[in-house]
Each structure stands twice: as C-alpha cells, then as structure tokens.
Design a protein around this ligand. Structure first.
Ligand SMILES: Cc1cc2nc3c(=O)[nH]c(=O)nc-3n(C[C@H](O)[C@H](O)[C@H](O)COP(=O)(O)OP(=O)(O)OC[C@H]3O[C@@H](n4cnc5c(N)ncnc54)[C@H](O)[C@@H]3O)c2cc1C
Length: 397
C-alpha cells in the first residue's frame, strides 16, 4: 500500500495543525490542503479564558505557530472558508467559496462550537467564549467592570468567573448542578470549588436552571431562573457546553452521533479520519466510546491520525491517558483519566480544605482517574496508575 499523494484536513486549529505538522515531520511530501472557517492562522484556545481574557497576553500570543513556521509546512492553506459537503464516492470536498478539493485521505478536525440558548440572536450583551472574536467582545464588556452573570459552571464558566471577578466585575455564577463540576470531579471536589469561588467574591447559585435571558430593548439585563428569581446583569456569558461541528457532513455517509463516529484507529469510513474535539472514537483501553474536548488530546490525536495515514495499512489504536487542566485563581487543577462515573473517591495527599491535594477515583476495583490541585509532582507519579491498570487498594495504599 503506497503513501497517499493528497491529504485534505478540514478544521485549522490544534488538531488540524497537528495532522499537517506530523505528516511533514514523517516526510510526507504530497499536497496537504488545510481548510479553516476562521480567518486567523491556527491559534490556541486555552489562553482565551485565561491570559487573553485577563489582558496579560495580546491576542497574537495565542497563535500556535508564527506565519513563517506555517509557511515552511508548504500547505495549500484555505482560511476564511468552510467545507460544506463531502462526496465520498468521488473523494471530493466542496467549499463555501465554490471550489472543490480532491483528496486521497480526508481528516475531519472541525471541533465544536459554543452552545447557545435559543432566542438570543441579536441580543446585545450576551456572550459566548470559543473564538478570538468572542474574547475580544467579552474583554470590552469587562472593561466597564459590569455585573456579569455566567450561565454554566464547567471549566470554562469557572475560569471566566475567576478572571472576571479579579478584573473588578461583580460576578454571579449559575449552575444547574448542586456543585459546579460535581459531574466531572464528584461532589467532594465540586463543593470545594464552590468555596474557592465564594471566597473570591463570586456569587455562586447552584442547583438552579436558567429559564430565559431577560432583555430590555434588545439588550440583556439579566437572567430569570426557573425558581422565579431574576439575577440582574449588564452582561451574560453563556458557558453551557458545546455542539460538535458535523452538520456539513449530512448526506455524506460519514457516521455522526455526538461527533464523528470512529473506530479505535480514529477512522470514520474508508479514507476518512477524525481527530480532536469532534472525534468520537472507541478507546480500547477504557473499553468505551469517548469524545474528549481538551487541548492535549487534540494534539495527540492529530499526530496519531497522521501516523495512521502513513502506516501503509497497519494503523495503531489510539488509547491515550486523557489529560485535562484548568486554571482558576492561583489553583491549577489537573486530571489524568476520566473521573466521571467513578464509584470510589479518596484524597491520598493534602486536603480539600487547603485546596492542595491529590485525589484518586476508582471504578470496578481499579484506579480510573487522578486529580491534582496544585500538586504537580505527586500527580505525575499517579499517572502511572492509569498507564498500567492498578487495583484500587494498591493505588490508595
Ligand atoms: C476558552 C477555552 C478555554 C479552554 N481551556 C482549556 C484548558 O484549560 N485545558 C484544556 O485541556 N482544554 C481547554 N480548552 C479546550 C481546547 O481548546 C480544545 O480541546 C481544542 O481547541 C480542540 O481543538 P480542535 O482542533 O479539535 O477543535 P477546535 O479548536 O474547535 O477547532 C476547530 C476548527 O474547525 C473550524 N471549522 C468548523 N467547521 C468547519 C468547516 N465546516 N470547514 C472549515 N473549518 C471548520 C472551526 O472554525 C475551528 O477553527 C479550552 C477551550 C476554550 C474554548
């Protein structure tokens, strides 16, 4: 089986760039077409809710590579235009600008977009946080030290709350869960994070859903909660999760369901692959399908797909130890593995009260995840428990 001569990558962000760079590093000298809807060169999203929102970095520091480094890859780069459909039989992608690009191998790295409540189109003062344009708009709002309501207290909402309150905003964080992030980290650490935000002056409203955005003359003036309360605000940030960008694949025959459905090699169909936030693949080590919306995975999966494309028909299963981090105030939360669904929890070093700890999560008698809060070194050692299946008793001894 010979190497392909033309690879098309749709989605020019962390995963897409990793595919292109790895192909070149592995000495692929055919055509690589990288198609991106956004006009900017590929940039990194984690700094958007941290260094860029706080103003510590200018926007161009988020670039994943400088223009000269992108040039050296010798790409057929199509930015500011989106892919609209795929013809699998003819192996062609149709772009919004009317052009058609042929491929031998196609990689889908179209990521996700911010989920929005219906009925907020055209309402001023309602924000999401996914792109450079989003963060620019939110920074303008923060410069007036507004009353800010953040709807959704996952990592994104919690990070934005920590930056906004430190920038002088009056922040309310609304979560439909009893403790923010309890769905990911469990109730114990979830409760600890509520205290962290309250201690910094954030009003945290838990266990309550938002019924609607309240508006006055097409401008948001707050949110109404399902229990009848209204939280007034000058600006609203919706941080209620995301939607995989797969609509453009409708009718192509490429399977989608909560992302692009792939096998353990990240292959969705003959000559079609997916990587990054949009990929829903079978993780052999975890024996389940996963779709991971985190930065490290996007890079690693992009690299894995590039190598599988060049593997001459002998692909390798992609089964990483998932890694996530989040910065809130002066705390760095890091996670190896998937704590969600664990049936055991133990703090093995430090304490929740001190907000400095190592916690292990177990399922079916083995260690399933490790979480560190400001606990770098111990967490790195605990990663070993995820690389080789480790009995719960041995991990917590
Ligand atoms: C504000 C913020 C903070 C984050 N912080 C962290 C963090 O602290 N730690 C962490 O682990 N992760 C974090 N993440 C998640 C991380 O950024 C993502 O996992 C990563 O960006 C995924 O990369 P990706 O390339 O798969 O997708 P994306 O970055 O979503 O990129 C997909 C690209 O495809 C483009 N596209 C979509 N449809 C089409 C189409 N039809 N044609 C052409 N182009 C298309 C999109 O415009 C986009 O540019 C954060 C995300 C955000 C938004």
């Amino acid at each position: 089986m010979s190497a392909p001569s033309a690879v098309v990558v749709v989605g020019a962000s962390a995963a897409g760039l990793a595919v292109a760079e790895t192909l070149r590093r592995e000495r692929f000298d055919g055509r690589i077409t990288l198609i991106g809807e956004e006009p900017e060169l590929p940039y990194d999203r984690p700094p958007l809710s941290k260094e860029i929102l706080s103003g510590r970095w200018q926007a161009d520091r988020a670039r994943l590579r400088d223009p000269a480094a992108v040039d050296r890859l010798g790409l057929d780069l199509r930015l500011g235009t989106s892919a609209e459909s795929v013809d699998q039989a003819a192996r062609r992608v149709l772009l919004a600008d009317g052009t058609v690009v042929g491929y031998e191998e196609l990689v889908i790295t179209t990521g996700v977009r911010a989920r929005r409540l219906p009925g907020i189109e055209g309402v001023a003062g309602v924000h999401v946080l996914r792109t450079l344009a989003d963060v620019a708009a939110l920074r303008v709002a923060l410069s007036t030290k507004p009353r800010l309501v953040i709807v959704g207290a996952g990592f994104l909402g919690a990070e934005a709350a920590s930056v906004a309150v430190q920038a002088g905003a009056e922040v309310s964080l609304v979560s439909d869960l009893d403790a923010p992030l309890a769905d990911v980290l469990g109730p114990e650490l979830g409760a600890g994070l509520v205290d962290l935000h309250r201690d910094h002056g954030v009003e945290v409203l838990t266990g309550v859903k938002v019924a609607e955005i309240v508006t006055e003359g097409a401008r948001a003036t707050g949110v109404r909660l399902v229990d009848g309360r209204t939280v007034t605000a000058d600006a609203v940030l919706m941080a209620i999760g995301s939607v995989p960008n797969t609509e453009w694949l409708a009718g192509s025959g490429i399977p989608t369901d909560n992302g692009v459905l792939c096998d353990e090699y990240c292959r969705a169909a003959p000559h079609v692959w997916a990587a990054g936030d949009v990929a829903n693949w079978f993780h052999r080590g975890l024996s389940e399908r996963v779709r991971i919306e985190h930065r490290t995975n996007a890079g690693e999966q992009g690299m894995a797909v590039a190598r599988n494309i060049l593997s001459a028909g002998r692909p390798t299963a992609f089964q990483p130890v998932p890694y996530i981090w989040s910065d809130q105030y002066d705390r760095k939360i890091q996670i190896y593995g998937l704590p969600r669904g664990a049936d055991r929890f133990a703090v093995t070093k430090g304490s929740i009260v001190d907000r400095e700890l190592l916690a292990l999560y177990g399922k079916n008698g083995t260690v399933r995840a490790a979480v560190g809060i400001n606990m770098n070194r111990a967490l790195r050692s605990a990663r070993q428990f995820l690389v080789t299946p480790t009995p719960w008793e041995a991990g917590t001894a």
